[in-house]
Structure formats: C-alpha cells, structure tokens
Design a binder for this molecule. Structure first.
Ligand code: BGC
Length: 535
C-alpha cells in the first residue's frame, strides 16, 4: 500500500522567528537561533516547522511586508543560515514550510520604488493597483484597511494605490502576468533551496473585483474581517458575504498553476496550506480541491467558545466539508495573529482542548509557546509594534501579546531567550513557564504535549474517521461531555466545572489535567479535562 503523503496528518509547529531564540544578543530571534533549538523542536514529536517570514523587510508588519522574497533579512541572518536551518531540520526528519506573501509587497520592494518613479500609466504601476483620485480628490473607493484607516494612500503625483493592510504594503495586481511569473520564481527559489512546503498568506485575497465601487458599510466589513473585533455572528456573516476583495473565483486559477509547479518536483511531496478566511465555510473547501492546494486553515477554533455545542459543530462541519473534496481538516488553537488559547479560554481548558484536537483526523498546528501553556504577554502601550495598534490610534491593541519571545531557562527574564534586551518584554511571571522548568515538572503542559503527540503518532495517525459517542452531550457547557472514538482510542472531554462520569471503556493512557477515577464501573473525568482510553 502506498503510504500517505507526509503532510496529510502531520503536526506542524509554527515558529515566529523573531520571538523564538536569539543567537547574537540583539534582542531579536534569528535563523541560527531556530537551528540551535531544533533538538527541542524534534523532542516535541512534531513533523514539520512553519517559519513565519524571515525575508528582507523593513518590518512594518512583522516581516509580512516583504521587500525581497528571495533573500533573508539581516536581522534573521543570511541565505547560508537558511540553508543550514533546512539541512539541520532535514537531518532530524523535520520538514520545513516557508511563509509566502503574495497579496502585497513592502513599499521598499524594487518594483514599488520603480512604480513611484515611473509615474501614471506606466507598466511599472500596472504591477500594483494605482488609480487617479475621484474628481473631488477622494480615493477611488471607500474601502477600509484591515489594519484600520483608509485602504488607499496618495503618492506625489496625485494617484492612489490600494493596500488592504498597512500603507507600507501595496497590494499586487494579479491580473498582470508578470506578478505570477515573479512568484513562481520565488516558489522555485525556495523549493530549490530545500523547503518542503508553503503557507500562503492571505491566499484568498489576490484577486480584487469592483475596485472602483464603494462598499455600503466599509467600516463594518473591515471589523467583520478581524478576528480580534467582537461582533454578533449573524451580523458578521452577513457582512462577510459582501466582501469584494476576498475569495474571488480568480484565485483558484492561480493555485491550479501553482499545484502544477509543486507536482513537477516529482518525489518531493511539496505541499501548500492556504490562509483563507472565507465565508460561508464551504468555500474553504475550494482551496483544497484535488488540483489546488493541500490544506486550508480552519480558523474556527481560534475564536470558538469552550462550549460543547460550539465545538461539536466546528469539528463536525470541518470534517464533513473537507470530506466532500476528499481532504482532511486542519486544527489550530493559536497563531501569531490571535490571542493565545490559554489566555482566551483558560489554562486548563486550553490543555483539554489541545488533547481533544490531537485525536482528530487531519493536521494539527501548534504555535510555538502553546506547548508551554503560555498566556499572552502583558504589554504597555509603549511596547506595542503591531501596525493595527498604530493605525487605530491604540483603539485596537493588536497582536503583539501573542508574539512575546519564548522563555527558555533560568529564573530571571528574559529567560535565556537573548543575552540582550528582548524586542518585547518577557514578564518575570513566566518563571515557571520556561522550557527548563516545564521539563523538570512531569505534570507540565510541555510534558502533556510531548506525550500526546507521541500517542497520536502511535495510535491515531492514519486511523480514519471519528465516531461521536452517545455520551456526548451538546448542551450547556456546565453540563457537558464531548467524546468520540477513533481507531483504538476513545477521547472524552469534560467541559464542565465538576467531575463527570462516563462509560468509556479501555485503559487510560493520558489525561490533560487531574486524575481519572473509577466509580460503579464508570470512569470519572475531572472538570475541564480530556482523557484518552485505549481499547
Ligand atoms: C498574516 C498577518 C499579516 C497579514 C498581512 C496575515 O494574515 O498572518 O500576520 O499581518 O496577513 O500580511
């Protein structure tokens, strides 16, 4: 039997290089820093690392403002360091996924600089979305940037350019074949250097429609598109159906071309995962049709309440929708754009949810620090660097809290992350959350993750679908068990605030917190905890 491709049920560890490990004492993590900690990464039991951008960049948006996609920013090292990182990862049988940013470049990219010089009507400007002002001097339309403020900026000769994000991130014009040609060159560049796959940033955004038409509620739409702005879900969903710059049919043509490029590397199993936050959820499956990409992120768990009905629906929907295109889902509880799961739903709940999710079919993504149970860093406004914070005059705090550097060792901040001053402060409160101190504590979150990922590999990868168990109660969270069986494992999550009996059979092999007791032939699952039983 042909074995499944490596990515199919891989556990993928997201590294935000600036916050991972600093090898040269400048206060910022770097590629040699990542390389130096690959044994730690391997010890978690993950299959691959996804590196957030490390390309040449003025770093106005954490490196998602790329000035040269085929080189390494000096703050992270150089191309030799990238090659060494890939080689060392491969030596440990870890695959490497690079983060590619096709929706926009940095305004410092040579194309944008050339466009500024060349002036209106030039072919240099056709690589971006440049338009004249309206007759009254206003921008071509009323769209609002996802980071706040207008999504148009005026240049010296009066034209405006479109930027869905920061003004330093001009959107590329994907109707221009030069743009795809350049990106294919970038894909080949990194594949030739050894990477095994790509995370495609804003994968749903490349094609824009109605660029000269106003939206009826631009501010509402911009809010609806942000994970960190709370909004009634019906209002949000209705607004999301009206977005003119995301999830247009044209994006799929691009991914069909890219798929051919990936598949031309016979034997390499190059994969790509789309960051495509689309609505309705069924639309996400289009990105993983057989001739397109391999995975698409499921963002539902980044915002889902710790509630059995909500979680049941998310899991059920994700599995069944993906099945319609013969794909498996992805699961992510945290990433660099959203509050850390331990802060969002609570420490014990975060452990329980992780163990619940690690049993599911598909690929699990773990954001570095999640395995330690890190909460969001508490920051002063003066520390913040996220363009969202800056562009909304501080109204939206932004994503820096999730990006605070990792605590590694010792009793004093910055806990071995750097010999210098970390780019964001690491709280002294994290003393018991360092890798070193968690390694010494068998009950730590780190041990839970390591044990769970080992068991997942042993019993669950390739085990097929899940069957929900009758004991699952999709009621109020204070009265809920959610359980499924898969292969030889039964997974039971108790979401309630008190211990609950269940009739799962088999031998207990792991529990996310507390102790599982037996009572009248039944198992008693502790409050806010998940347990796995082996038949
Ligand atoms: C990335 C963000 C980034 C944005 C613009 C996203 O979806 O994950 O970190 O700010 O794209 O590139």
């Amino acid at each position: 039997m042909k074995s499944a491709p490596w990515w199919k049920e891989a556990t993928i560890y997201q590294i935000y290089p600036r916050s991972f490990f600093d090898s040269n004492g400048d206060g910022e993590g770097d590629l040699p820093g990542v390389t130096s900690q690959l044994d730690y990464v391997k010890s978690l039991g993950v299959d691959a690392i996804w590196l957030s951008p490390f390309y040449t960049s003025p770093n106005k948006d954490g490196g998602y403002d790329v000035a040269n996609p085929r080189d390494v920013d000096p703050r992270f090292g150089n191309l030799e360091d990238a090659k060494e990182l890939i080689a060392q990862a491969h030596k440990r049988n870890l695959r490497v996924i690079a983060d590619i940013v096709p929706n926009h470049f940095s305004d410092q990219h040579e194309w944008f600089q050339a466009a500024l010089k060349a002036g209106r009507g030039s072919k240099e400007r056709e690589r971006f979305h440049f338009y004249d002002a309206n007759e009254d001097g206003t921008p071509p339309n009323n769209w609002i940037s996802l980071f706040g403020g207008p999504s148009w900026t005026q240049v010296a000769d009066g034209q405006f350019y479109l930027h869905l994000f920061d003004s330093s991130q001009p959107d590329l014009n994907w109707e221009n074949p030069e743009v795809n040609a350049d990106f294919e060159k970038t894909l080949r560049f990194w594949i030739d250097l050894g990477v095994d796959g790509f995370r495609i940033d804003v994968a749903h955004g490349l094609i824009k429609e109605d660029v000269l038409t106003n939206h009826s509620d631009p501010q509402g739409l911009s809010n609806a598109l942000r994970l960190d702005v709370a909004m009634d879900s019906e209002v949000r969903n209705a607004l999301l159906l009206t977005v003119p710059y995301f999830d247009r049919q044209g994006v799929h043509e691009i991914y069909r071309k890219w798929r051919k490029l990936f598949d031309s590397y016979v034997g390499r199993e190059i994969m790509a995962v789309a960051e495509a936050w689309v609505h309705p959820p069924v639309n996400a499956t289009r990105y993983v049709r057989a001739d397109e990409l391999h995975q698409v992120f499921n963002f539902d768990l980044l915002t889902a309440e710790f509630d059995s009905k909500v979680l049941f629906d998310v899991v059920e929907r994700s599995i069944s929708l993906n099945a319609t295109v013969n794909a498996l889902p992805t699961w992510a509880l945290s990433n660099h754009d959203s509050p850390r799961v331990a802060s969002r739903i609570g420490e014990e709940q975060a452990r329980a949810l992780a163990l619940f999710v690690f049993g599911l079919p598909g690929s699990a993504y773990v954001f570095a620090g999640q395995e330690l149970g890190l909460p969001d860093g508490q920051l002063q406004d003066s520390d913040r660097q996220d363009p969202t914070f800056l562009r909304t005059n501080g109204q939206i705090k932004g994503r820096d809290g999730a990006r605070v550097p990792l605590p590694w060792s010792g009793n004093t901040t910055p806990f071995g992350f750097s010999t210098g001053k970390p780019w964001l402060p690491i709280s002294q409160c994290w003393r018991d959350l360092t890798v070193e101190s968690e390694l010494a504590d068998p009950k730590s979150s780190l041990h839970l993750y390591r044990n769970a990922l080992e068991l997942r590999k042993e019993f669950l990868v390739g085990a097929g679908g899940i069957a929900w168990l009758e004991s699952s109660q999709h009621g109020a969270k204070n009265d809920s068990l959610l359980s499924y069986s898969r292969g030889s494992i039964t997974v039971v999550m108790n979401l309630s605030d008190s211990a609950k009996e269940c009739d799962a059979s088999g031998k207990l092999i792991i529990v996310s917190g507390g102790t599982v007791d037996a009572r009248d032939g039944k198992k008693v699952i502790p409050a806010r905890s998940t347990a796995w039983f082996l038949a």
